[in-house]
Design a protein around this ligand. Structure first.
Ligand SMILES: [Fe+2]
Length: 255
């Protein structure tokens, strides 16, 4: 029995969907999949992906990413309504969005957004980052930090977790030093929309020894101040150098 992780499946790309369609229906029947968001903004396709993954894994655990909350296609109303629809869809398909425990291990999904604690967005970012055009956060007056407040507050119902080992996961980055040093300056312009330092506070309060995150599409495994952080994003078809495009086993039970 193993735990696998893959984020940012972006199945709107036919090549990504084909990879998923070809995933073994036999090999992972005893295993758990952590799916940290950015599957698709299309609710019908999202339901199909949930159902496909449930046929392959014994449990699938999910949190929404920013793409999943876009509202111009496949959804109606605001991004908050979309989040409710996406979580309800997960529930209907038997995909877990709440903590799951087995023996001395608990896996905790953490909702999140970005709050500019990694930097202030430039005019360029506000023009080019699609969330500014495709998300609707009118309940929060389009203030990103208020969206983050809302999602982080939702996580608090999971605290404290009394277990020997805790793995958490989120779509967004809990700290900006998860981005490697070699990232070119022009690509750092998106850092303000990558996550929130407050998410890392929650992870440490929770007592996670391992945290899986998505969103950056830069595959990485690094230990910072006693916590292992893993990114195994699938990414878009062009991202072959920064994304391995495979499931990653992050934990194996001893029996
Ligand atoms: Fe994302």
């Amino acid at each position: 029995m193993k735990i696998y992780a893959v984020s940012d499946l972006h199945v709107d790309y036919p090549a990504n969907k084909q990879w998923l369609d070809a995933l073994s229906l036999v090999d992972y029947q005893d295993d758990i999949l952590i799916l940290p968001g950015d599957v698709t903004d299309n609710l019908i396709l999202l339901g199909e992906v949930f159902s496909q993954l449930k046929k392959r894994f014994s449990q699938v655990m999910y949190v929404p990413g920013n793409h999943d909350l876009w509202v111009t296609r496949g959804g109606t109303g605001t991004s908050l309504n979309k989040a409710e629809q996406v979580l309800a869809l997960a529930h209907r398909e038997g995909v877990l969005t709440e903590p799951w425990s087995y023996e001395n291990l608990t896996i905790v999904p953490l909702l999140s957004w970005y709050d500019y604690s990694f930097g202030e967005p430039s005019d360029w970012l506000r023009r080019s980052w699609m969330d500014y055009h495709l998300c609707n956060w009118e309940e929060f007056h389009d203030e990103a930090s208020a969206v983050t407040d809302f999602f982080l507050a939702k996580n608090e119902r999971f605290f404290p977790v009394e277990n020997r080992q805790i793995i958490s996961f989120s779509h967004f980055l809990p700290r900006i030093d998860l981005m490697p040093d070699h990232i070119p300056t022009e690509h750092r312009r998106i850092y303000p929309v990558l996550g929130s330092v407050r998410l890392d506070k929650q992870i440490r309060q929770l007592g996670s020894y391992l945290h899986v995150y998505g969103h950056s599409h830069v595959n990485r495994e690094v230990n910072i101040d006693g916590i292992s952080y893993i990114n195994n994003a699938f990414g878009n078809p062009r991202e072959t150098r920064i994304a391995k495009k495979a499931l990653k086993c992050i934990y194996q039970f001893s029996h």
